[in-house]
Design a protein around this ligand. Sequence first.
Ligand code: ARG
Ligand code: ZN
Length: 466
Amino acid sequence: QAARRRALFGAAVPVALAALLAAAAPGTAGTPGTPGAPGAGDPYFPLAGNGGYDVRHYDLTLRYDTAVRHLDGTAVLTARATQPLSRFDLDLKGLKVTGVRVDGAPAAFRRNGQELVVTPRTVLRPGRDFRVTVAYGGTPKPVTDPDGSPDGWIPTDDGAFVAGEPQGAMTWFPANNHPTDKASYDFTLTVPAGRTAVANGVLLGRRTAHGRTTFHWRQREPMAAYLATATIGTFHIRQYTTRDGIRVYDAVDPREARTAAPVLKKLPSVLEWESRLFGPYPFRSAGSIVDHAPDVGYALETQGRPLYDSAPDVGTLVHENAHQWFGDFVSPTRWQDIWLNEGFATYAEWLYREQHGGDSAQKTFDALYARPASDPLWAFPPGDPGSGAHLFDTPVYARGAMTLHELRRAVGDRVFPRILRAWATAHRHGHGTTAQFTALAERESGKDLNRLFTTWLYAQGKPNRV
Ligand code: ARG
Ligand code: ZN
């Protein structure tokens, strides 16, 4: 950038004068700027996220007609430029954009695959907030992930199951769609009366008029786009506050209610148990969205309120809520680091079972370790799934959890939970890498864990016992 400026003004112009000229004409066409990158630089999903700015807040106003599956939306993003920005991308797949404004002024835009390319009238200055308004609409469709699963806005018989890991956020709102850019959110969701729209955070209000109900949700704590939801259905609602002051909101499809009830009842005790182990619950809201979505095939740890495609069992409840610390509070810096989510949430299930009258974690480990070398469990090491096609395969979950079990055996039962809590605290409301985790584990334990992690996270094939 300095070189660029020197070239423009020439060596004869004193630096102070150059600065004066730049300050006198903030963000005019004469200020040099560069386009933001079309991706955040994640090798597994090169176009996910964008460069040149950080989003601070998303204000999403959406109206969904469940009968014809039509969505109308206005997204207002408050963002901060991180470079002099002549042009920038948002991620948006499908839907029709009808207008884009930057700081109130109409901006030029074009679509290029999943990139919405916006050219503001003036160069945006680094460190300054700007506001992008995108008006859009259409029939949202899920994206098919490299592993073949549907992701994003997934229509159901009475609404939509809305989950975005790893890429689906862009199917329903324009986003900087990468976990390294977290923001707060407001959701104003209008659906036919009788249906409920459930997003993240706290329900601030609802009102019904002219046969439609509008729900206003606010997620104050920073959230990655993939953890956002706006799930719509015919739900039974239950609201209460836990002893720790956490606001719980449960939305349950009546077809799942009988099976779900005894499991959801355990949420306060599960969160208390997890808080003792992992540190204070990171958000002010909690709960469960239990949908009836037979075509989905997975649950997601949507922030502050996991989303289930059918009534969960206790293990799944423990798993998705453990993700509130490992995945949501601390997100992966790159998708390759996914075992930091799935290995941890899976090990939380093992620990819960061990401490609630079930098999010990050692027994669970031993049963997995007994599997022959040809078993899919050993297909690849959890620290290196190789591509986005294997993010949610068995090695990431089970061998990821086995890695943590080996860590626990190496450092002992006193130090192990200290490592988990230190990890959550060190990257609170942010993100972290595998290298940062292994370094932290060595610091907390004072042990050289290089061989353990190299073997369990990165060695091909069934590891020999360390
Ligand atoms: N993170 C989810 C879990 O709790 C799994 C999400 C799977 N997503 C997908 N697109 N296949 O394990
Ligand atoms: Zn998981």
